[in-house]
Design a protein around this ligand. Structure first.
Ligand code: AR6
Length: 178
């Protein structure tokens, strides 16, 4: 991985791994993008994924139309090591009373469901909504892990889910929950 901190935060629990680093470098079947409703790129992990995947990703995204918060859509990975990108739109945090927890849980559930439908066995998630959308880290990581564990408990089609924290704070939050 390009991030020098990538060697820290390796943690494992059953089919869930935590690997700190740059999600665009991961050789997995699919990486998840924390996108916005236009699906036409942005900053943060969205910008990094579009830069690494190349212009063809944007071209395919233009064919998809918009994506509502909590929904997920899939494209190819183009120049990424990952074969697919699953684009989902997290909630913007405004205090937690506007359905943010349910929307965030839907991001994970719908992304995992799309993975199963596309025979994806390994999938990596960034910390959806934990950057520009300002979701509190502790609450967000709890929803990420709970929703994923519930999903994996009922479906055995996915071999590995990797959470990819970018910061030490996120890394620590996942580690404590595992
Ligand atoms: N690999 C892994 N995680 C990363 C990477 C990377 N290469 N780059 C950033 N992160 P954000 P959001 C972390 O802002 O909060 C975009 O402009 C980052 O540190 O990317 O869902 C979209 O277009 C943070 O912990 O996504 C939307 O407009 C996490 O990824 C908006 O931002 C998510 O931060 C979405 O905001």
């Amino acid at each position: 991985m390009k991030n020098p901190a990538a060697k820290t935060c390796p943690e494992r629990s059953g089919r869930i791994d935590i690997v700190r680093g740059d999600i665009t470098t991961l050789d997995v079947d699919a990486i998840v993008n924390a996108a916005n409703t236009t699906l036409l790129g942005g900053g943060g992990v969205d910008g990094a994924i579009h830069r690494a995947a190349g212009r063809k990703l944007l071209a395919e995204c233009r064919t998809l139309g918009s994506c509502q918060p909590g929904e997920a859509k899939i494209t190819r990975g183009y120049d990424l090591p990952a074969r697919f990108v699953i684009h989902t739109v997290g909630p913007f945090w405004t205090g937690g009373k506007r359905g943010e927890p349910q929307i965030l849980a839907n991001c994970y559930r719908n992304s995992l469901q799309l993975a199963v439908e596309n025979r994806i066995k390994t999938i990596a998630f960034p910390a959806i909504s934990c950057g520009a959308y300002r979701y509190p880290i502790r609450e967000a990581t709890q929803i990420a892990l709970e929703t994923t564990r519930e999903f994996l408990a009922t479906k055995d089609k996915i071999d590995k889910v990797i959470f990819v924290p970018w910061s030490e704070d996120l890394c620590e939050a996942y580690r404590q929950l595992l």
